[in-house]
Design a protein around this ligand. Structure first.
Ligand SMILES: NC(=O)c1ccc[n+]([C@@H]2O[C@H](COP(=O)([O-])OP(=O)(O)OC[C@H]3O[C@@H](n4cnc5c(N)ncnc54)[C@H](O)[C@@H]3O)[C@@H](O)[C@H]2O)c1
Length: 277
């Protein structure tokens, strides 16, 4: 990619979170100036980074924070099942506010963090067969990711933006269990995906892609990602000897695993013992 096309200043919501923390060294090495937006202040800042404290649901904060940026990586929000009210307020409203702030600032490239749970009731075999599975959420959290994808589609079609909705399998430094041997997204591959989303100027529109590495035990169909230049290089198999391979998706045969299992209800108000953790 010629240097002239490279995004210079970018904003990353959820900048103090786990996925952002794994991405930050790669963004620094590639020369991006990164604004780390979060409810809490991102720590251990590098010379290329600035921490901005505020909520993705606050239009004034987002409008100001995205000024003079050329791309947004939207990771900020609730990363698992919560009550309906919390999910709507943070994940759905926060995505709308982020996209609207991007539009107002003329930011044309946005990566949205979607999830396997947007399609959690699909069989694992469906994921391999279809380049882009239709929504089939397994939780309120999954519904919020479907809504985020719909908002991405709206802003791409309406305003000519390029929005990439990334259905993240499992982020992390390494895979941790049997399930993640198939669903792992390595830090380096997450950076490759950010590069594909932010720097490929030739593809405006809405793209729904799997954010998963090239795992030997992977079930994800990577064609849609490859079409926008996402070429994953890592394989969870490298760590297979280190993880407990009992259990995993085999319990349900569904992408959502535990969250799509029989009798599992939605909303954390039904699971106070889990919500307290
Ligand atoms: N980690 C995974 O395996 C995984 C898998 C699928 C999808 N995702 C998605 O990727 C994104 C990042 O996940 P993560 O694992 O880094 O989660 P995380 O909880 O570590 O990071 C999310 C960050 O968002 C911030 N945040 C929460 N509400 C906010 C608000 N209103 N305004 C601004 N910031 C707010 C939190 O403070 C936190 O630092 C999330 O959208 C999550 O749903 C992650």
């Amino acid at each position: 990619m010629p240097a002239a096309q490279k995004a210079q200043a970018i904003a990353m919501t959820g900048g103090a979170g786990m996925m952002a923390t794994l991405l930050r060294p790669y963004l620094a090495d590639a020369g991006y100036e990164v604004r780390l937006l979060d409810l809490v202040e991102a720590r251990n800042l590098r010379p290329n980074e600035v921490a901005l404290v505020g909520s993705v649901t606050d239009p004034d904060f987002m409008n100001t924070s995205l000024r003079a940026t050329s791309g947004v990586v939207h990771l900020g929000g609730l990363h698992r099942e919560m009550t309906w009210q919390e999910i709507v307020a943070t994940n759905i409203t926060g995505t709308q506010v982020t996209l609207e702030a991007a539009r107002r600032n003329g930011v044309e490239r946005v990566l949205l963090a979607s999830s396997t749970h947007a399609v959690g009731f699909h069989d694992l075999a469906d994921a391999a067969a279809d380049a882009v599975l239709p929504p089939r959420p397994d939780t309120y959290y999954g519904v919020s990711k479907v809504a985020a994808e719909a908002l991405g589609s709206l802003y791409a079609d309406k305003y000519g933006m390029k929005v990439v909705s990334t259905r993240i399998g499992t982020g992390g430094q390494r895979p941790g269990n049997a399930r993640t041997l198939g669903s792992w997204l390595s830090p380096a591959d997450s950076f490759r995906l950010v590069e594909a989303a932010l720097n490929d100027l030739g593809a405006p529109g809405h793209h729904v892609v799997w954010a998963v590495s090239a795992n030997t035990r992977g079930w994800a169909n990577l064609q849609a990602g490859r079409r926008i230049g996402y070429d994953p290089q890592d394989d969870a198999e490298l760590y297979a000897n280190e993880v407990d391979t009992s259990g995993g998706n085999a319990e349900t045969g569904l992408l959502g695993g535990f969250w799509a299992s029989d009798g599992h209800r939605v909303g954390m108000d039904n699971y106070p013992h889990l919500a307290a953790k």
